[in-house]
Design a protein around this ligand. Structure first.
Ligand code: ADP
Ligand code: NA
Length: 344
């Protein structure tokens, strides 16, 4: 079997919540564990993507540092995987620019992420001035930068959330356009495969019809990696469920109750239907008590490790420096090929 290059990224936007952890980050740890010896893994903290929305510079700096500490705390091993800050490798913007020059505007306009930004801007604008001028160009072109993130390392597998699938299709399109436009003895870019993470969609604790998200103003709606046992208990106890007797897994009819079962199953690596059977004859009180216990058990070690290393700046800077050096060594090989093909 040819070896794989697995690449994924996450924005440095604050302490991850349980949804980020169960839906994305824990999967990275699993991939690292199950990887074959020849497989390469790259995990990028994508600071340049974060700039598409307004960021407070001090908060961004702290968030970049914290996200690196989180990745280490949950078990991403810098000896096994390349962990790096995207903004430490200027090749991302270089290739991003080059790809933007072969990207049809129409393809970017069809991105659902762009369309939803545009729709939101239209809803908030006055009737006369409802157009793209309210949005920055970075929001429009970031899928191209994302394509560069992937192609720069000739990644073959990209495990990301479902909302990113269209961007991986764009990445394949751009790789194909480049390969056909700038022909040589062999194509420069492999076409990467979108890997659907077996993502558990974790819902808001206060509004179980929407997903747990950092953008909700209600802090009770999400559990953070840094929450204490007491905070976890109080948030789970206050979670919105229903008044139906007994516990059943019914995501449509009982989203709040089912969400608690999903969390319980995910934190203990069990099947949700198997877990729900055990609670058939129990009440919400018992379920919530157990969920709080299990979540605390699940977060305890990573939280302690995170608190231990997040202020060890010298160590974190050294990990980041080494990760960037390895990433650049990798991407420089690609850029030499790319520049040669282009006549640069
Ligand atoms: P948020 O919605 O909190 O802003 P992001 O959009 O930054 O989170 O997502 C970061 C990663 O976490 C993505 O891979 C995304 O698919 C995953 N993720 C975010 N929220 C959830 C959730 N509630 N359940 C499962 N996965 C999630
Ligand atoms: Na989001």
């Amino acid at each position: 079997l040819p070896s794989r290059v697995i690449l994924s990224g996450i924005q440095p936007t604050g302490i991850p919540h349980l949804g980020n952890y169960l839906g994305a980050l824990s999967n990275w740890v699993k991939l690292q564990k199950s990887a074959a010896p020849g497989d390469e893994l790259l995990f990028s903290i994508v600071g340049w993507h974060a700039l598409t929305l307004p960021q407070d510079p001090a908060a961004l700096l702290a968030a970049r540092n914290d996200m690196l500490a989180v990745l280490l705390a949950i078990g991403i091993d810098p000896g096994r995987s390349i962990i790096f800050h995207q903004d430490h490798n200027p090749h991302h913007t270089e290739l991003g620019w080059i790809l933007s020059c072969i990207t049809p505007m129409g393809k970017l306009r069809r991105m659902t992420t762009w369309k939803s930004r545009l729709a939101a801007a239209r809803n908030s604008g006055s009737e006369d001035e409802v157009d793209e001028s309210m949005l920055n160009a970075g929001l429009f072109t970031y899928p191209v930068l994302q394509a560069a993130d992937v192609l720069l390392y000739k990644a073959t597998h990209v495990p990301v959330g479902e909302d990113q699938q269209q961007h991986i299709e764009l990445t394949r399109d751009l790789a194909d356009i480049f390969n056909r436009t700038f022909k040589g003895t062999s194509p420069v870019f492999p076409l990467p495969i979108y890997v659907n993470t077996p993502s558990k969609r974790i819902l808001s604790l206060k509004d179980p019809t929407s997903k747990m998200s950092k953008s909700s103003p209600d802090l009770q709606s999400r559990i953070l990696l840094t929450d204490t046992a007491l905070q976890i208990q109080s948030k789970i106890r206050a979670a919105v469920t229903d008044s139906i007797h007994g516990i059943t897994y019914d995501p449509e009819g009982r989203p709040g109750t089912s969400n608690l079962l999903t969390i319980l199953a995910a934190c203990t690596d069990r099947d949700v239907t198997q877990v729900s059977k055990m609670y058939e004859n129990q009440g919400h009180g018992t379920l919530k008590r157990d969920v709080a216990e299990v979540v605390e058990e699940f977060l305890k070690d990573p939280r302690a490790e995170f608190e231990r290393i997040r202020h060890e700046r010298a160590y974190l800077d050294e990990v980041a420096r080494r990760g960037a050096a390895r990433a650049i060594e990798h991407s420089e090989r690609t850029m030499v090929e790319v520049r040669t093909r282009l006549g640069l």
